[in-house]
Design a protein. Sequence first.
Length: 208
Amino acid sequence: MGIVTGDALIGPNAVIQLGDVLAALGGTKQRSVFSTAGILPYLTSPPASMIHEAEVFSLFQTVWLQFPETEALAIMYEAGNKTGDYILHHRIPGAAQKVLKALPARLAIPLLLTAIQKHAWTFAGSGSVKIKRCGQASISICDNPLALPGCPWHLGVFEALFRRLTDRYLVFKHTHCCAKGDDFCRFEISRQMVLRNPNSSFEMPVET
Ligand SMILES: [Zn+2]
């Protein structure tokens, strides 16, 4: 799983937000996971600046190994969602958010992809990020240092940002994964078709 060099850095929210999700499961469990991952000091003194990607991967991998797969996927996805929310509130200026929300998704998505690339340090560490804006839009991370099978954390980060800023029915399909033997992790942008009942405001998204 993943390729850890130990030198590259990642935004501290990868640990802080996952710590919050684990805390909701109980302090004992949270402490056990952080202890096994070798980052117990971060519980009493959360990281305030960039941290080594090896520490983040150790925490991710510990969650993956200590929980049943379905639960681990849900925990990592929620932690990614919370990290995406943090980026939204602290890293993307309000004026830029207004512009993105006002634009049609086909125009907003390429702009947000560019912004994502500029903030790649938040989630990519030593991995190199490639963005595809035309045709099948996608984000690829070569040698993703934080890869878990299916990369639920990354899906959570990307879907939080793109759904809130461009299209609430947008989904990412994880087509290639370093944790499954590929050289890169690729996340392709897709959209859920929406079934509307003309007699109700209820909308049912259906993945296409
Ligand atoms: Zn992956």
